[in-house]
Design a protein around this ligand. Sequence first.
Ligand SMILES: [Zn+2]
Length: 163
Amino acid sequence: MTETDFMRYAIELSRRKMQEIGAAPFAAVIVRDGEIVGEGVNTVLADHDPTLHGEVAAIRDACKRLGTFDLSGCDIYTSCEPCEMCVAAIWWARLDRVFYANALADTNHLMPIDGLTQDIRRPIGERSAPARQLLAKEAFDVIKQWVDSGEAAKLMTRPERRL
Ligand SMILES: [Zn+2]
C-alpha cells in the first residue's frame, strides 16, 4: 500500500464508523513497515471519553497490538490534522511521521477549536481550568525516588529525532 492508500483507508474508516456507530468522522491508522498495526476513530460521544480522538484511539490500539508504548519506527495517517492533545500523544508515542488529510485551518469554520490553542499558550494559572499547586515537595519526593530507581529512563530516553 502507498501513502495515499493508507490515508484513503483512514478517511474511509472515518466515514464508515460515522455511518455505523455515529462516531465523529475523525480516524487514524498507525503503519509500520508498510502494514497497518493500529487504527482508531473518534468515539468521544459513544464512549463518554473526551480523550478518545482518532489519533489517541489508534495509538492505544497499536501499543496494545505491539506490546509497547514506544511506536518509533511507525507513522500515523490521520484524516484531520491533529489537535494539541493528539500532538502530545504522538510525541509521547514517539511516532516517526505524521500524515494528515484535512488541515485544521480548513475545518476551523466548521468546528473551531481555537480555544484549545489559546488555552494551552496561557500560563497554567490563567487557563480555563485554573490550576493551583499543592504539596509540591511530597510529590517531588515520589518522582525523585522513581528517577533514582532507574525506571524513569525507560520512558524518558528518546530516539534521535529529525527536526
Ligand atoms: Zn485530537
